[in-house]
Unconditional design. Structure first.
Length: 704
């Protein structure tokens, strides 16, 4: 076995390190320059490879080019491996950003665009393939295979390039971006299916019904297995990693590992590995408990490091010198023209007449899907290796792929400047932006510590209500956690089972941990990628040494994540708060409390935000209170909620807040605070502690 692990030569490894360093620096520099000129960064990243490659620097200064362009198959394989990592990570990020709910709403439009963007390019490519001269064919006797191959190549769009363009233009979350991505995937899956048929025809010399059925079956197998086994595998493995492993980076490693595993699965079915990576990204994107820092780290790795190397490597393969002879240059321009017209006009017609889109929106679809990118280079390489394309035709297709990739973002930006954003989408985008900046948007997983002998009381009903609302608004998941000695296991499990229907959590969303040190065990569990700890307490009176008791005080002081403390007496089984009160004084902690309050509200909820002025405050403070009121109303409007803002005068702040609570008959009071450090006793602030003790309704204290 050892001979299979032979290392590349010292020279090959040294050249790989040099190539990656040069390509990454050049791609980042030219990508930044492109953005400064108002163009997407991907344009500069591809051009970086063109400038460094045989088209310019490597061609003019061969001694320098030897250190940039691979000189042996081994060097080429090594650089392609790095580029493959880049495109795989990019497609995972693209999948995470894919909004399936939005795509479902726009599926008719996406299908119309996909049909037009597939049929016309295929037809025009077929005509072109039959019309090109014999010397551009590797085998003039295989004209039909050649024409089908060219037609298939014309039909495929480059999802990696399209995804990067959408990210650069901030279109990934817009309707047109998601619809374009869906249309591109439909085109690509169909195109790769056609490619499988063409390559089978090239190998067998005849296309049989069995070959067609086998190729279509592979696509169906991938879709079905991904939607069933893949979905279960992603969900269960993420849960295992979060509950059994200590490192937050374990989730990052899991995402990358499954992306490559599913890429291998799709490759085994004769589909491209990027399709498997994209599918895994979609599956993980649907899991709200995926930590946000995992997504951010993945985006940083993909977009800042590996993807630029991938795009620069694609540009490196272009050799414009090979087609500078007037005759070949003419055929190159012809291929670029046919590819562009076929894709742009086809997608335009599909969007305009099959999906009822307006002129500029339809043109934008065609402009974006015209990008061929590195996938077209892969296809051209397949055609060259199978003896379908000549070297000259290979160079022509590669140049076409790069030119259309550079054209696409420029043309798309031109169309976007002339498009009108509908009121519904404008409202949706504004709402999404506002929701994305809220405290709750950072929440993925909530842990609720539960005593083994706990009886269901008011605090648990408030916790359950909050858990349900956050799940509805932000897609959070809740885990019930019980920690006790082994002898208490039966009672603890029985308590968890009784609480599960109250909280509405799944069967596998409660956990028992054996330990005689509950505080340490709960804190250790909270470090496992939880974003919020929610604890409940009955009516309390803060003492000199503790506020909520020793264990709760220690949990709040030492928690590795924000905490939510719920104090409530007995409540009815069907308790639902309809009148919420949140004090505000313009601080970050009160702003987070407001965000939480608005998330808990629905159309039938009355939210009252109050700001208290005491006699010691000056007139300037009165002006500040008015400014705070305006900001509160604007924040509520952004989040699509109605709010009643009250500025009241009272002898002290607590009395003013309690007066508002009684006047509106509040069902729930939400307070924002920060834990005061420096002493052994938990300090939430004297005002918060007094309100927790004396409020006539349940109280929630958010410590972020």
């Amino acid at each position: 076995m050892a001979e299979f692990f032979g290392a590349a030569s010292n020279a090959d490894v040294m050249r790989l390190a040099t190539q990656v360093a040069i390509l990454l620096l050049a791609a980042r520099l030219l990508g930044g320059l492109a953005r400064r000129l108002g163009q997407p960064g991907v344009v500069g990243e591809i051009l970086a490879g063109v400038v460094l490659g045989p088209s310019l620097l490597a061609g003019l200064v061969p001694a320098v080019g030897e250190w940039i362009v691979p000189q042996t198959p081994v060097q080429g394989y090594l650089l392609e491996t790095v580029a493959l990592i880049g495109v795989m990570l990019l497609l995972v990020v693209t999948g995470l950003e894919t909004d399936l709910a939005l795509i479902r709403r726009r599926i008719r439009v996406a299908f119309g665009v996909a049909v037009g963007g597939l049929v016309l390019p295929f037809v025009t490519g077929l005509v072109l393939g039959f019309g090109l001269p014999d010397d551009l064919l590797a085998d003039p006797d295989a004209r039909t295979v050649f024409a089908l191959f060219v037609a298939t190549a014309m039909s495929i769009s480059a999802i990696p390039v399209l995804a990067k363009v959408l990210m650069d233009l901030d279109l990934m979350r817009r309707e047109i971006g998601q619809t374009m991505l869906a249309a591109g995937m439909i085109d690509d899956i169909t195109g790769w299916t056609l490619l499988g048929l063409v390559t089978a025809l090239a190998g067998a010399g005849v296309l049989t019904g069995a070959v067609v059925a086998e190729t279509v079956l592979m696509v169906l197998v991938f879709v079905v297995v991904t939607a069933t086994l893949g979905r279960w595998l992603v969900s269960s493995s993420l849960r295992f990693v979060q509950e059994r492993m200590d490192s937050r980076d374990a989730a990052l490693a899991l995402v990358i590992a499954l992306a490559f595993a599913w890429g291998a699965f799709s490759q085994a079915l004769h589909l491209e590995p990027v399709i498997g990576a994209f599918a895994v990204g979609i599956l993980f994107g649907r899991l709200p408990r995926l930590p946000t820092d995992t997504v951010h780290k993945l985006e940083s790795m993909a977009l800042a490091v590996f993807a630029p190397v991938f795009f620069a490597t694609a540009g490196l393969k272009v050799d414009i010198r090979a087609i500078l002879e007037p005759r070949l240059l003419g055929f190159t321009l012809l291929v670029i023209g046919v590819a562009t017209v076929g894709k742009v006009v086809g997608a335009y017609l599909g969007a305009r007449f099959l999906s009822g889109q307006d002129h500029w929106t339809s043109l934008a679809f065609g402009s974006g899907l015209n990008a061929r990118g590195a996938l077209e280079i892969i296809i051209a390489t397949i055609g060259l290796s199978l003896g379908i394309l000549s070297v000259e035709m290979f160079s022509i297709i590669v140049v076409m792929a790069v030119v259309t990739s550079v054209m696409a973002p420029v043309a798309l930006r031109f169309c976007l400047a002339r498009m009108e954003t509908g009121d519904d989408e404008s409202s949706r985008l504004a709402m999404a932006a506002a929701m994305g900046s809220t405290f709750g948007a950072r929440l993925r997983r909530i842990v609720v510590p539960v005593r083994p002998d706990l009886s269901i009381g008011g605090a648990q009903r408030v916790q359950a209500f909050i858990s349900d609302r956050l799940r509805h608004v932000y897609g959070t998941t809740t885990t019930l956690l019980s920690v006790s000695e082994e002898a208490m296991r039966p009672r603890a499990l029985e308590t968890l089972k009784r609480l599960r229907p109250v909280f509405g959590v799944a069967d596998n969303s409660f956990r028992f941990v054996t330990s005689d040190r509950p505080t340490e065990a709960i804190l250790r569990e909270a470090e496992r990628s939880f974003d919020l700890m929610m604890v409940g307490t009955p009516t309390v009176s803060p003492g000199e040494s503790t506020v909520f008791g020793t264990i709760l005080d220690d949990l709040i002081k030492l928690a590795p994540c924000p905490t939510l403390v719920v104090r409530a007496e007995a409540l009815a089984d069907d308790w639902v708060p309809r009148r919420l009160v949140v004090p505000s004084k313009g601080t970050p902690s009160s702003s987070r409390a407001l965000d939480l309050t608005l998330a808990l509200a629905d159309a039938e909820t009355r939210v009252t935000a109050c700001h208290v002025l005491t006699p010691t405050l000056s007139g300037a403070r009165t002006d500040l209170a008015e400014d705070i009121a305006v900001e509160l109303e604007e924040r509520a409007r952004q989040l699509g909620r109605a709010i009643d803002v009250r500025v009241v005068e009272a002898v002290d702040v607590e009395l003013g807040i309690l007066t508002v609570v009684r006047e509106v008959s509040a069902d729930l009071l939400i307070l924002g605070t920060n834990v005061r450090s420096g002493t052994r006793r938990l300090h939430l602030g004297p005002r918060v502690e007094n309100l927790v003790s004396h409020a006539p309704c349940p109280v929630v204290v958010l410590n972020a």
